[in-house]
Design a protein around this ligand. Structure first.
Ligand code: HEC
Ligand code: HEC
Length: 575
């Protein structure tokens, strides 16, 4: 953290004033009035009529909608702690903030964006104070990317300590990650630097460079503008940029299981999946039934599968800030309906720091958090945990024991119990009365799989373990879970050359996810590639596309049907 810039931030926030050149840019009364009309129509439900971030939708969102009265904006061209320019506001409104509820607004014209920006400025008095005028930084154009630069950047990453928050392998699992809060006292998730498409300010190299040059105001993400040369910052940019496979996640629809001749044995996983192609599926919040989770911790799951004459093996990998291996979890755990949820106001599940709800504390907090002392104090606190993390390193392969949590991490794969005719699929939230699903659940604290048959989320029946087996391990911010089951067993049958619908659920205990409060994928297809054949051919692709089309239609229909009825469903008890 840079001392000079922090001092500037303090000046801005506390109003002691540091004059800068330039003129105030607040628009005309007519422009602000036009901005108000747009704002009331498009923005107020989240950001609140008075711009305080407390719109009617706010409690369900994580991160919460911005409180515009604070003047704190994440994505700017100005130095750390300073107000954004009108252009900055227009740009970020147009683009939105990826992987949050803040949508992009490409349909708004330049004029409308200008009017909105002026209206937002009117919420925070600092914009009208000449003392707080801020000029955009002269951010350089990116030099060409080179591998050497990325390699040097990897050293910079370690030396400078980005890993403290972002983790050794930059998966968002640094040792202080679980303790971080934003300036409003809400716990904040550190960016997973291996997924640049999730960055609030964009995935391009100039966006990454800007992030650690200007900092993200209102968050613990500091500025390195003064502590690091421009050259070093480009090296770091290249390193961060190189960690993701692309600007887009390139999500898949099909998981191809490769036929192998070797034995499938959970005690000997080395190289088992080497021949298999990895599929990457988006994980989204379950928002149809009580326990709604708009932004679960996981955003995606990587899956590979192989099979032989006897067994199928499926491997799931996803990034997680910390392994929650105490407490317990279950697909049928009751989640309070939102309205009755004592955690309401906790950003749909993230811990809101004790006492930060009332105004007094909020302001108390804020002063503290803008002070440099506190930033460092936080860090010190964190290093008190040496013991625990020492443990973790020692146990890198197994699941480490974290601090006590009520809910553990958990995972499930789901298949239709019977193949349905005409591409029909069961309701994707744990099946329905007519079309049950098989759920291969595993509580990662207990590390023993359990089979459920689901006829809707209020009707789950445990079937014990059956022939299902699974192992799980956690290493530096990533869970790996491998399930195996004979091709033919009590439940769903796996046949060479066949397509089967499958879906995944992930629960992050840290985020208090349990039962229906979880991340899930839509139905995707598992294809058991016939042995010998190299790749999927044209006809197969056609089948998949057709299947998807029909699936969308069905999901639409089923959603409509279920929206009315199931809301107040009674929680199931485990049979
Ligand atoms: C569905 C809810 C929702 C709606 C509607 C919405 N926002 Fe947001 N907005 C958010 C959330 C949530 C954030 C905070 C995201 C974060 O902090 O990462 C946010 C953040 C912002 C930011 C801060 C950007 C930054 O760099 O920090 C601006 C500016 C903004 N919104 C403007 C608008 C405007 C203007 C509208 C209407 C045209 C609008 N929002 C509509 C949810 C919403
Ligand atoms: C004190 C903890 C902390 C440290 C140290 C830290 N970061 Fe961050 N960083 C964060 C948090 C928290 C976020 C997420 C902010 C948000 O989502 O609003 C973040 C976000 C980011 C982002 C995403 C920006 C975006 O547009 O969303 C990048 C890139 C990044 N950090 C890079 C780095 C690099 C490189 C370093 C080391 C030079 C570093 N960070 C050091 C906490 C930290």
């Amino acid at each position: 953290m840079n001392r000079h810039l922090t001092a500037m931030a303090l000046l801005v926030l506390m109003g002691t004033g540091a004059a800068t050149a330039g003129t105030l840019d607040l628009g005309s009364d007519a422009q602000r009035e036009a901005g108000r009309v747009l704002y009331d129509k498009y923005c107020a439900q989240c950001h609140g009529d008075t711009g305080d971030g407390k719109g009617i939708a706010a409690d369900r969102l994580n991160p919460r909608p911005r409180d515009f009265t604070s003047g704190k904006y994440k994505i700017r061209s100005t130095s750390s702690g300073n107000l954004p320019t009108t252009r900055d506001l227009m740009d970020i409104i147009r683009k939105g903030l990826p992987y949050t509820s803040m949508p992009p607004w490409p349909q708004l014209s330049e004029t409308e964006l200008t009017e909105l920006a002026y209206y937002l400025k009117a919420f925070a008095p600092a914009f009208a104070d000449p003392d707080f005028l801020s000029e955009p930084l002269d951010l350089p154009e990116p030099p060409p990317f080179t591998e050497e630069s990325a390699q040097r950047g990897s050293q910079v990453y370690t030396e400078i300590g980005c890993g403290l928050c972002h983790g050794e392998l930059a998966r968002g699992d640094g040792r202080s990650a679980p303790t971080l809060t934003d300036d409003w006292g809400d716990s904040i998730r550190v960016a997973d630097l291996t997924k640049r498409w999730t960055f609030r300010g964009g995935p391009r190299r100039k966006d990454i460079f800007r992030a650690f040059t200007t900092a993200l105001n209102g968050t613990p993400m500091p500025s390195y503008a003064e502590s690091m040369s421009v050259e070093k910052r480009w090296e770091l940019t290249d390193y961060v940029w190189s960690l993701s496979p692309g600007d887009d996640p390139a999500y898949d629809n099909v998981l191809r299981a490769k036929k192998i001749s070797r034995q499938i044995d959970l005690q000997d996983l080395d190289g088992l999946f080497d021949a298999a192609e990895q599929a990457y599926f988006p994980v989204i919040g379950q928002i149809m039934e009580p326990g709604r989770e708009f932004h679960p911790s996981a955003t995606g799951v990587k899956v590979r599968a192989v099979y032989n004459e006897i067994d199928l093996a499926v491997e799931l990998r996803w990034n997680d800030m910390r392994a929650e291996t105490s407490g317990s979890n279950g697909p049928d755990l009751e989640v309070p309906r939102f309205e009755d949820d004592p955690e309401r106001g906790a950003s749909a599940g993230t811990a809101r720091v004790e006492g930060s709800d009332d105004e007094d504390d909020f302001w108390g907090d804020e002063e503290e958090s803008s002070g440099e002392d506190d930033f460092w104090a936080e860090e010190e606190e964190v290093s008190d945990e040496d013991d625990f993390w020492g443990d973790e390193e020692a146990e890198a392969d197994g699941a480490p024991s974290g601090p006590e949590t009520e809910f553990s991490d958990a995972v499930a794969i789901q298949f239709p119990s019977q193949v349905l005719s005409g591409n029909r699929k069961p309701y994707f939230i744990f099946g329905d009365g007519k079309s049950p699903v098989d759920i291969w659940f595993m509580d990662l604290a207990r590390q023993r799989p359990e089979m459920f048959v689901g006829r809707g989320s209020s009707a789950l029946e445990s079937q014990g373990m059956g022939e299902l087996s699974a192992v799980a391990s956690f290493d530096r911010g990533q869970w790996t879970v491998v399930y195996t089951r004979p091709l033919r067993d009590g439940g769903v049958i796996f046949e060479e050359g066949s397509f089967l619908p499958m879906a995944f659920s992930l629960w992050d205990g840290f985020n208090r996810e349990r039962g229906n409060k979880r991340g899930l994928t839509r139905w995707v297809s598992l294809f058991l590639e016939p042995g010998g054949k190299k790749s999927v051919t044209g006809p197969v692709v056609k089948v998949v596309l057709l299947t998807l089309l029909v699936e969308f239609l069905i999901i639409g229909l089923v959603r409509r049907r279920y929206r009315g009825g199931v809301q107040g469903a009674v929680p199931a008890s485990r049979a």
